[in-house]
Design a binder for this molecule. Structure first.
Ligand SMILES: [Zn+2]
Length: 331
């Protein structure tokens, strides 16, 4: 009898344990579901609550990301589709919206030629985020964009030391966008000009661009693309420009301009030559010539200024990561 009673109690205890364990499991599952509900609510707020988005998509610290099918990034892709036109950020105290203008540069950085709302773009982005110690969400939110801007800026000319006019050469008028540009405004640092000519020769050779070639192999006189709008600008000339157009369409003429080095070139890439209005930059960043530059300029030692599609700086050809990523393709 005693033994039977003991068995009954044991069975009851065992049953109670099983029930309790199942309860814990189901609570856990509910919590996980609630969490994912919060996440989708956070996602739907992205148009007016960018700040909340980055919290909502947080994953566990140290979470490992493997190369996963793009389908797993569908939600990230739909957030990117919104953020590329709605993300609020500022640059030089000017409010900015979205990152769609920078998709060619971003694609080059992360190794994707897909559009900003594609699942494959989000998947590649998550790998870049991981490499850069950012949570690999595949969502191009404020924190990720800020890191990208720093990366673009870091790759530019690191010396702003002025060049003296005796170190400069004169650009032939046939390479200038304005066929009446005065000689004193056609100065450039010699290595920069040699690299420019090599780059233009490669662009002319790429028949998919349709760049018109003159009989001497240079740019045809009727061709505007790739022509030099501006190169060396002395500090005095820069000051004068700033006084003349304090509220020009440009983001503001830099006080410590890289043009004073003679190694910065403004090249014609479409639209109004040097106007930072979003509509204009949208035209410029959509031209095959701009896209060619994004992919190929690094091979010739040129780096972009992300904000001005026309502005390129000669940093020389090195073996660093950026140059390697530019690859050796001809597109
Ligand atoms: Zn410039």
């Amino acid at each position: 009898m005693k033994f039977r009673r003991f068995t009954q109690i044991s069975i009851l205890i065992l049953f109670a344990c099983v029930v309790a364990f199942a309860g814990v499991r189901s609570n856990k599952r509910n919590r996980a579901q609630d969490k994912s509900k919060e996440q989708s609510i956070g996602g739907s707020l992205s148009a007016n609550g960018v700040g909340k988005l980055s919290d909502a998509v947080k994953t566990a610290p140290g979470a490992d990301v493997k190369v996963v099918p793009h389908a797993e990034f569908e939600e990230a892709a739909s957030r990117n589709a919104q953020l590329q036109t709605s993300l609020e950020w500022s640059f030089g105290s000017k409010p900015q919206r979205g990152w769609s203008l920078y998709v060619p540069l971003i694609g080059n950085l992360i190794g994707s030629d897909a559009n900003g709302a594609a699942g494959s773009f989000a998947a590649r982005l998550s790998l870049w985020q991981k490499e850069n110690g950012i949570e690999p969400t595949g969502v191009l939110d404020g924190a990720t964009w800020s890191r990208m801007v720093s990366t673009f800026q870091f790759r530019r000319l690191n010396s702003r030391a002025s060049t003296t006019p005796s170190q400069l050469i004169t650009i032939p008028i046939s390479d200038c966008y304005d066929p009446t540009r005065a000689e004193e405004l056609r100065k450039v640092e010699p290595e920069t000009f040699v690299a420019y000519r090599r780059m233009v020769a490669a662009a002319i050779a790429d028949q998919s661009l349709g760049v018109q070639r003159a009989s001497n192999g240079q740019l045809a006189s009727g061709e505007q693309y790739f022509k030099i709008i501006s190169a060396f600008r002395s500090r005095e000339y820069q000051d004068q420009l700033r006084r003349q157009s304090p509220s020009s369409g440009r983001a503001g003429l830099a006080i410590n301009s890289p043009h004073a080095t003679g190694r910065a070139l403004d090249l014609y890439v479409g639209g109004e030559p040097v106007n930072t209005k979003d509509e204009n930059r949208a035209i410029q960043t959509g031209t095959p010539v701009y896209r060619w530059l994004v992919t190929n300029a690094g091979r010739f030692g040129f780096r972009p200024y992300f904000y001005e599609p026309w502005h390129w700086e000669y940093v020389g050809v090195g073996s660093d990561e950026a140059t390697r990523k530019q690859g050796d393709g001809t597109k």
